[in-house]
Design a protein around this ligand. Sequence first.
Ligand SMILES: NC(=O)c1ccc[n+]([C@@H]2O[C@H](COP(=O)([O-])OP(=O)(O)OC[C@H]3O[C@@H](n4cnc5c(N)ncnc54)[C@H](O)[C@@H]3O)[C@@H](O)[C@H]2O)c1
Length: 372
Amino acid sequence: MIIGVPKEIKNNENRVALTPAGAKELVKRGHSVYVQHTAGEGSGFQDEEYEAAGASILPTIEATYAAAEMIMKVKEPIEPEYKLIKEDQLLFTYFHFASYEPLTKAMVESKSICLAYETVEKADRSLPLLVPMSEVAGRMAVQKGANYLEKPLQGKGILLGGVPGVLPAKVLILGGGIVGTQAAWMAAGLGADVTIMDVSLPRMRYLADVMPANVKTMMSNEFNVRKMITNHDLIIGAVLIPGAKAPHLITRDMLKEMQPGTVLVDVAVDQGGCIETCKPTTHQDPTYIIDDVVHYCVANMPGAVPYTSTLALTNATLPYAIQLADKGWKKAAQNNPELVPGLNIINGDIVYQAVAEAFDMDYTPVVKYLAD
Ligand SMILES: NC(=O)c1ccc[n+]([C@@H]2O[C@H](COP(=O)([O-])OP(=O)(O)OC[C@H]3O[C@@H](n4cnc5c(N)ncnc54)[C@H](O)[C@@H]3O)[C@@H](O)[C@H]2O)c1
């Protein structure tokens, strides 16, 4: 198969969908890989490394789209890319269709095949191509939180791990899923006093088994949250209710109960945030202050560490990309049920029900395309 890797053109997106190591794997299997000039630069990969791996460099985004049967990307195509997408071309990338109607309509019109990273799903309902970015964001939440606790950045002026003779900072993590667990490991490793709150007892039992002694668990409910926020230094929002807006576990009135200089990192900002006063910020201007409480609410945290994020993402996407390249999308999906929910749009038909419902558009069950 001919695989094209365009340079991401979305604002501040430095990740790339394929590393030189990934290109080598695909080339080894007899596929042709075309990488747009400087596509890997933002993640630290030079054109020469792709060439050494057997890929060819194309000068423009137009040439890359024109050459490819399968396009591998990171972010959804944006408006200037719509016209470059061809009928029957397979696009393997994050789409998040339900959040943007013009993209959905453009991809329907393109008659391409859209396989979305975010809806590839394992039998246990986990989302293997979302996990790596949650891992990055969870670990980063502590790094950022520790930084903003410094006085010059308007935090309390407390060192996360303390020093001998001085107590460490207290870190509260709301939600003990992927983000919360990774945040807990980082905070615990730095010596902080960590509490994870969740509503799932099985999850807390698991966390209590695997976490070090400086991590405790506590049932999440309004009474307990109100009590805990009064004496914690760094609070990380990591709650997710699949398919729904995040619940506001910290409401506006609660900020007054916190100590000045407390830092809130609401990782769940992309689902509306679990802190009522959370509004999306950017890496250029990541924080704001309300009632002396520092809010960090960057919606694309992994974008700040493109090297790590690219490797983490491509570790997860490459095995699927290889199946798609070796077999074509149809046979690959017939052989691997994890890919089936990834199919969102095929040749002008919306085959993912939630996307069709989001815009009141026609829905075609995907079996129409997978039979035979
Ligand atoms: N800002 C970013 O850059 C970024 C990056 C990656 C992920 N995220 C977001 O982070 C959030 C968490 O993602 P995840 O992968 O950890 O999800 P997850 O499903 O693995 O974990 C969510 C956890 O929240 C718990 N929960 C649900 N309701 C709760 C409540 N009322 N109180 C406490 N806990 C509750 C669940 O039991 C679960 O353990 C999501 O909104 C995700 O989109 C943001």
